[in-house]
Design a protein around this ligand. Structure first.
Ligand code: HEC
Length: 208
């Protein structure tokens, strides 16, 4: 019995001294039952003998609707209702985006990312792309009456679908953010409208 205990002690001492504890290994951990830990798969951009074009990265089937980006409310999705383009931003949007202030702030951030390269921060239409690529296109000034009077739904649709030389931004900007951008363009437009109101009595502003 004494010998057996000594033997076991010796064996475990040798095992612990010679085992691979502390070693770094790139191999997967030893699993007796592998289940689905290891499966056949393709690496990104890998060659595939299976498909005719040999690309393992497949495009979604035509007409696939993303569940993440699906918008069930048709007016919000398209900017139109049965009467054509909606004149103002559907009210539920402000709720979705955390209130009117947050919506405009979000719109400002997104506008500055996605629209300013061409339209410029003030919406003048003299963004970097427009200036560098002189003659690339005639960009409208957002403070023209035509754009000021454009229904909100039409501006939303312009971002979604593009218009003439302007590309669609539907892939980069999700639906809620597109409406937020519209709200910010409206704020921009208002900021440039000088109100033609006479100075109130006792208010000497504008007298100089
Ligand atoms: C790559 C440059 C580019 C970017 C970025 C861009 N636009 Fe435009 N946009 C244009 C051009 C060019 C036109 C003029 C199209 C024409 O009349 O041929 C235009 C026109 C417009 C118009 C007027 C449409 C009309 O009916 O005349 C609106 C509104 C507009 N853009 C909004 C936006 C908003 C909002 C964004 C950001 C999401 C944006 N654009 C981003 C190039 C751009």
């Amino acid at each position: 019995m004494k010998h057996l205990a000594l033997g076991i002690g010796l064996v475990s001492l040798v095992a612990s001294l010679t085992s691979c504890r502390g070693d770094v290994s790139e191999d997967p951990p030893i699993l007796l039952e592998r289940n689905m830990f290891q499966q056949e798969r393709y690496d990104p951009q890998a060659y595939s003998p299976f498909f005719e074009d040999h690309r393992s990265m497949r495009s979604p089937v035509e007409g696939t609707v993303s569940r993440e980006h699906y918008e069930p409310d048709e007016t919000i999705a398209t900017g139109r209702d049965s009467g054509g383009y909606v004149l103002s931003i559907p009210t539920s949007l402000a709720g979705r985006l955390g209130g009117p202030d947050k919506m405009v702030q979000r719109g400002q951030e997104r506008f500055n990312i996605y629209c300013t390269p061409c339209h410029d921060k003030t919406g003048s239409g003299r963004g970097t792309v427009a200036r560098v690529q002189n003659g690339f296109a005639k960009l409208p000034n957002f403070h023209e009456a035509r754009i000021r009077e454009m229904p909100d739904g039409q501006m939303f649709a312009t971002i979604s679908n593009g218009v003439r030389l302007m590309p669609s931004y539907a892939a980069q900007v999700p639906v809620n953010d597109r409406w937020a951008i519209v709200s910010y363009v409206r704020a921009l437009q208002m900021s440039q409208v000088a109100l033609n109101t006479p100075a109130a009595p006792g208010n000497d502003q504008g007298k100089k």
